[in-house]
Design a protein around this ligand. Sequence first.
Ligand SMILES: C[S@@+](CC[C@H](N)C(=O)[O-])C[C@H]1O[C@@H](n2cnc3c(N)ncnc32)[C@H](O)[C@@H]1O
Length: 433
Amino acid sequence: MAMSVDRGVNGRLKRLPELDLESYHDFLTGFRAWLFRDLGGATRARADALAARETAGGGNLSFARARDLFGGDPMIAVSHRIWVSSQLMAHHSLLDGFRRHGDDVDAWFAAAEASDCGSIALDPNLVIPDYARHEIHIQPGGYVGEPLAGHVYHYGTNSFYLGLNDQDQVYLERAKVIARPEDGRLDRIVDLGCGIGQYPIALKEAFPDAEVWGIEVGAPLVRYTHARAVQLGVPIHVAQRLAERTGFDDASFDVVTAHILFHEVNDQAAHDIVREAWRILRPGGVFDITEFDMDRSFTPYEEYAAWADHFYNGEPWEGDFYNRPFLDWIRQAGFELTIADAPMTRGGLKKYIARKPMQDRLDGRTSKGHCGASRKLRLSRKRRARQSGRHDDRIVRAGLDAQAPHACGRKPAGGEGPRLGGGDRGVRAVGGG
Ligand SMILES: C[S@@+](CC[C@H](N)C(=O)[O-])C[C@H]1O[C@@H](n2cnc3c(N)ncnc32)[C@H](O)[C@@H]1O
């Protein structure tokens, strides 16, 4: 164990405990920016040219062929391999670094938990669903199985955001523009799946008079969220609970938010979380969801890249996410839905704004199909068409089904996959509690 060190803060960010580690991450951030912008752009251009050549005589590029074509191209394979390696470098260096300073970490958590700034509630008896036990983003131990998950997530995503979110900029901007109830009342907000708490903290700063909650399945992330809120002097309430079973009273919130949560849960959970948000929102309340664009169309290379992200970068539910009739579920729950671009993104993220009508409009409804509707998943026509095989050559379906994301660690059928230079990397489940 290294000597206790407090290297102070850089604005809102607690500095890493060693100068070497900080320098290493500074390098990684710049390296990933180059990877993402320069090498990524060149890779995409090359892949698009390969796809155009392949289809010059007419016809479509099937996913199986696209996987061979792109996975077998040395430049594309190297580009993907470097991305995965840089992710591993970020995670493992952070884990090792913070482990060397375990006493400091414990002291930071303990001091926060002894403070009276906001509140924290851990639930050692919470049964962690299997779908949440994966090593998402190949983060060692995932969100639930590694006590340092919050530290690894925070500093790991700093380089993932290419250094543009180290002062929580993205969250501070997005919090300012959350959708508000039409009557303007905004007394209680809860953020579902709050991770390391950047969103609920920013929401409390944007709406200081509101009572703000963050709930999260992973205990290490709950502790991190709370400690960080105390460090910043922002009194929020954090609890280890499931987004689909929050335990809050009916109609007790004005706004519910979920920021990039839904692509990381399975279909049943996504469906149930929508129902839960409806239940805990008061009439006139808003469910403000920020997520990847569910209706985007993919070029062959983008489909391949989504598959590679799923398979090599630990995104077990990405395929389900793009194929589920999520917008139908929102409407079936009773919400009125509008879709807008999310701020601070170049079109990649959308805001799905789901409004629960005011009481007079709810009273006027005659349909039984809303809140009390069956809890069974309803499939849209689009989804049924895909399931009947019409879209079987879409990568995000064919590629993911082939390797059964629910079966952790399995290789795709036939062992085929892009050749990234190392062993195949399926998603792995972890313990935790
Ligand atoms: C991609 S992270 C996003 C975290 C945070 N909202 C943000 O924007 O930084 C998704 C988070 O949702 C949490 N999560 C997944 N399923 C959950 C569930 N059923 N209930 C509560 N949290 C959940 C994960 O542990 C993870 O922290």
